[in-house]
Design a protein around this ligand. Sequence first.
Ligand code: ARG
Ligand code: ZN
Length: 849
Amino acid sequence: KTIYLKDYKAPEFTVKTCDLVFELFEEYTQVTNLMQIVKMDKSAKDLVLDSVELELVEIHLNDVKLEEERYVVEKESLRVLDVEDEFKLIIINKIYPHRNSELEGLYKSGNIFCTQNEPEGFRRITPYIDRPDVMAVFKTTLVASREKYPVLLSNGNTESNFKLDDGRHGVTWSDPYPKPSYLFALVAGDLGVVKDKYITASGKYVRLNIYTDKGNESKCKHAMKSLKEAMQWDEEKYGREYDLSLYNIVAVDSFNMGAMENKGLNIFNSAYVLADEDTATDANFMGIQSVIAHEYFHNWTGNRITCRDWFQLTLKEGLTVFRDQCFSADLNSKEVQRIEDVKALRERQFVEDNSPMAHPIQPDSYMAINNFYTATVYEKGAEVIRMLHTLLGEQKYRKAMDLYFDTFDAQAVRTDDFLWAMSKAGEMNLEQFKRWYHQSGTPKLDVDEKFEDGTYTLTLIQKIPHAVDGSEQKPHFFPLKIGLLDESGKEILEKTLLISKEKEEFLFKTSFKPVLSINRDFSAPIIIDQKETHYGFLMKHDTNSFAKYEAAQLFGIQIIESLMQGNDINDEYVRAYGHILESDLDISYKALLLELPSISALMQRQNVVDFELIYDAIEKLQKHLASLYKEKLLEIYSKFHNPLCVDLDANSIGSRSIKNRCLKLLSSLKSNEMAVMANEQYSNSLTMTDKVAALDILENISSEYSAVAFKHFHDKYRQNTLVMNKYFSLLAASHREGTLERVIALQKDAAYNELVPNLVRSLVGTFTRNYKYFHAKDGSGYKFVADKIIDIDKINPQMASSLAGAFKIYKKLNVQNKKMMKVELERVVSTHSLSKNVYEIVSKIIKNQ
Ligand code: ARG
Ligand code: ZN
């Protein structure tokens, strides 16, 4: 069944207050739910509550036990017949958290009771009007064994504690802020805690707690530091203070996504909380900083102001991602952050946008809303907010955000309401801009340049792709930042052009033909198609850090594509690459400039994908650069290789990043010398960053070294599931012979567990991105993944449907691969009692062939 935005109706009833009692036992949990309900639409007769797999104990309406003929238990709802305008309803029901493997609603992660209710998990806990535009004040009492669950948490503040005679105890929590059910949370467990505090700008004292499994307390330092940095940043940049006197974070191992912004009680995938030098990579530390900030920022953009319905998801997610990206840019390196964000957008969102699953950042229909927590809604959504920021400028953007907060606080609103504030305070007509919310696909911009009689003419033509259903879409309105350079590389002009028509022409008076640097800072999420290119020149001279990186990437792509056509390696590129090697740019940035284009970047440009052609060409280029610049690469490696350094300052991180880039390139020579170097790095370096980089190289160039090192790694870390994720994912990404057989065998490893999403993502998820073996010509990779989708769908449909996304490249495959994949797609889609999650993805892929 498909749900459409156009069918939205305001709720007939609303819940004023919701008082919950959870009696937690090992075998079941009893929930008592007391609601004060008010009729909003006087013509409504029955109250319909959302409810999944309801095991009802009893219902009381205004303190009278309801006879069975007064209500109906339907498939996904509970209907109470013929109710008054205002009433009190008590529902008592039973749930089974220890059997909940979907990880939605109330479930157990190890020995911890926890919840995940966004978007529609609450209906698995108790019957409710489970939609974000119903906002109630919640009070929650938890009762559990004192010995097993000494820590009992929910949203808001502790109101009271009590002890019972039978070894049980209870805590009552109350949250003064009305909220939708998706922000409700509870946690019960025997947890360790790290405590800290934060004084807000206006002097309010806030207690900060991070809870984890006991023994992990020392790994919470970075998360705590990041939380305080985020709190301060939101005060400085957005004038937003925290609004409760307590902020709790709980880390759990079994979690479908990254983390959840439940009011005052964030629940996190432990991968985004726990870190120390011995077990976490530099990228893990960065990930923690950004996800901690992301969930914190949701307190204003998401919780105080929430979404009217789930079609509005990007209202909170796109905006909050934009906020966390800016935060990370401010705290670390702006130039590196921007490049990393764009890289991630292209690898995931651009691929999605060019697939049968393409959708606007505000979709107009869905089967399973859980399938729409996508790169498009999140990352493209953030790019759309960034364009608004560019169009309005920092000052007006801030004024517009203030207006948004002032106008819509405590409400559930739409993206249109947000755009109203942007347009009003930003003094800008955004009617055409709205198309970014309703059109899918990545726009292309054809660029044509002409120089004649002292006039440089830039002609830009928007090529807007059709929607998935084949319908035509219209030109967009966006800012395009450009620079013009003279032949010596000096910048003569930088300007942000406003593009709105399908065809635009811009004239510049100059005495010479300038070199164009286009879409600086990636000012719009589009694909540039330039007739005339000067990549080598821009790699050297461009003053915009993003555009310089882009030139290096595009030049690399040009060379690889030309190799794929059987040509020789272009000398100008090789010299430009050497020029960067010699330059003394910031080392983190330089490491990015030295990165060759990814397989995914090249795939996206092929109409019919042929992987072998791509990696053979990339390998050839790597080998050429590595042998030509061997000495320089070795010199950089030894200059920055500092095995005992575990510091996390920019210079230490940058050093690891650049020397590992050099080592990786050198490893394409597949010589014993490089294997020895990588092996030494594995044995001597203290950081996980260096160990993982070394293992990746060993696995791909030397089966002997690899076997020993991986065994050592396994022996050392087999008890640490976060590190074992890295173990599985390194092996699943291997290009060495026999990877699929090893992946299959690894499922039997004692550390592997199909119930834990992180582990499935590390092993099976990584394998789907191993182009060489996932797309093996004999179809063995497709068959393995299809089997896993079918198995895991019975455990956790959300996890299964995210694996199914790996098939979205179907339409673009070559004949042979396509034939093999088709068999598997059809097998999956015809599986008995398939979830709607997997069905939605796979049926869209098949339909769109
Ligand atoms: N709101 C969370 C975040 O972006 C994501 C939760 C999504 N969960 C889900 N089951 N779809 O921070
Ligand atoms: Zn979010």
